[in-house]
Design a protein around this ligand. Structure first.
Ligand SMILES: [Zn+2]
Length: 273
């Protein structure tokens, strides 16, 4: 009788630990889609989907095909780093065709056909639209998201309004720089906590443009990978190419195809196809 009870108890514990394991090692994937000289990054965490930027409007079919293949019907957070058309081009179409939980964008105004379409789709679908001028921190079942807002209320160059996104999962930290130029990158370097966020991967700012403060990020973090979103190899800064070589950081260029970062069983793998 006692033996039976013990066996049942052991079986129960085994079952629980297997189930527990399955829950602790869910799929996590970041896809940097090949969308030309533009950004569209899809992040699938254990129970949520985050998209950073939406590329040009001409890339919508490609993005939608990827979402459909991944069976993604809901994007919990759509982060628009800034309002240039290579970042917001497909935003309205995505909002019109998927469920979007919340749009997060920097707090400035821009007039363009894409912004008009975006605000129409936000209104039509009654999507929460947060324009932030202060940092936002979000916790999502094992995932930490830090969205750094621009510190100034006005920048001459629009790229400097870029939201800079940090994401941490299972001890791996990822940095998405939007199109931050020198001024905004320096601003970020001045207050980022690189001990807390010891990035292993950087999405290079502004399609591979180099500016001096990028070096400070490289020198403060155990970077292993650099993703550069461009179809124009000539536009990638020579100094960025050299920096990657010098510090043994492996570059991935989206002109060679989609770039995937996957974590399973605590192991990180980067691939391209
Ligand atoms: Zn851009």
């Amino acid at each position: 009788m006692m033996k039976g009870l013990v066996t049942t108890l052991i079986l129960f514990c085994l079952m629980f630990s297997v189930l527990g394991c399955a829950e602790q090692t869910p799929d996590f994937e970041i896809a940097f889609l090949e969308t030309g000289d533009s950004d569209c990054i899809v992040i699938q965490t254990p129970d949520s989907v985050i998209m950073i930027d939406t590329a040009y409007d001409s890339s919508f079919e490609k993005i939608k095909t990827y979402l459909d293949n991944q069976q993604i019907a809901k994007i919990d957070y759509l982060i628009l780093t800034h309002f240039d058309k290579d970042h917001v081009g497909s935003a309205a179409s995505i909002i019109n065709s998927c469920e979007v939980g919340e749009v997060i964008a920097p707090n400035y105004e821009k007039q363009s056909e894409y912004m008009t379409a975006l605000s129409e789709s936000v209104q039509a679908k009654k999507v929460k639209y947060s324009k932030i001028s202060e940092d936002v921190n979000i916790e999502l079942n094992g995932v930490r998201l830090w969205i750094s807002a621009p510190q100034e209320s006005y920048y001459e160059n629009e790229n400097n309004y870029s939201l800079i996104v940090s994401l941490k999962y299972e001890g791996y930290s990822f940095l998405f720089m939007g199109d931050a130029l020198k001024l905004r990158t320096q601003e970020f370097v001045n207050y980022a906590d690189f001990e807390e966020w010891s990035y292993c991967l950087i999405k290079a700012p502004h399609h591979g443009d180099y500016s001096k403060p990028i070096k400070a990020i490289y020198e403060s973090c155990p970077l292993q990978y650099c993703v550069i979103t461009t179809d124009m190899p000539d536009n990638v800064g020579n100094k960025l190419i050299e920096l990657n070589k010098e510090l043994d950081v492996k570059p991935f260029y989206t002109f060679n195809g989609d770039v995937f970062v996957a974590i399973s069983n605590g192991e990180l793998k980067v691939s391209q196809r």
